[in-house]
Design a protein around this ligand. Structure first.
Ligand SMILES: [Zn+2]
Length: 120
């Protein structure tokens, strides 16, 4: 977590959907939702919606890695917006802008290499 020390992200509560600003230097303190008081579950992927995407990606002071997928459906608005043509598609955002992406089934090492390149 040293790379994230003092940096903040905005997360939606998985229980009540309230947006919470979280200092990543305090993740070990297990932050709770300011509205409902339940844990923010930072060890799991977070779902975003059309209504929360821009704020969650734009407010993040650390790169955000987004997995675009379908639960199963045809093209959705978000997929069209980012030109996603296949799933799974993984897109890395930094300061609200796309910096790299991977599409299709890729080995873990390829994902690790993409994330490591962003940390440099
Ligand atoms: Zn909540």
């Amino acid at each position: 977590m040293s790379v994230a020390a003092g940096r903040r992200v905005t997360l939606s509560c998985p229980f009540c959907a309230t947006l919470n600003r979280v200092d990543l230097a305090r993740v070990d303190a297990r932050p709770k939702c300011g509205q409902c008081g339940r844990p923010l579950l930072l060890d799991r992927p977070l779902a975003v919606t059309d209504q929360t995407f821009d704020r969650l990606i734009g407010d993040a002071e650390v790169p955000v890695f987004v997995d675009f997928y379908a639960d199963w459906c045809g093209p959705c608005g978000t997929m069209t917006r980012f030109g996603v043509r296949g799933i799974p598609t993984l897109i890395l955002f930094a300061h609200g802008a796309e910096v790299s992406r991977l599409t299709g089934a890729v080995p873990r090492a390829q994902i690790d290499a993409l994330l490591a390149a962003e940390r440099r």
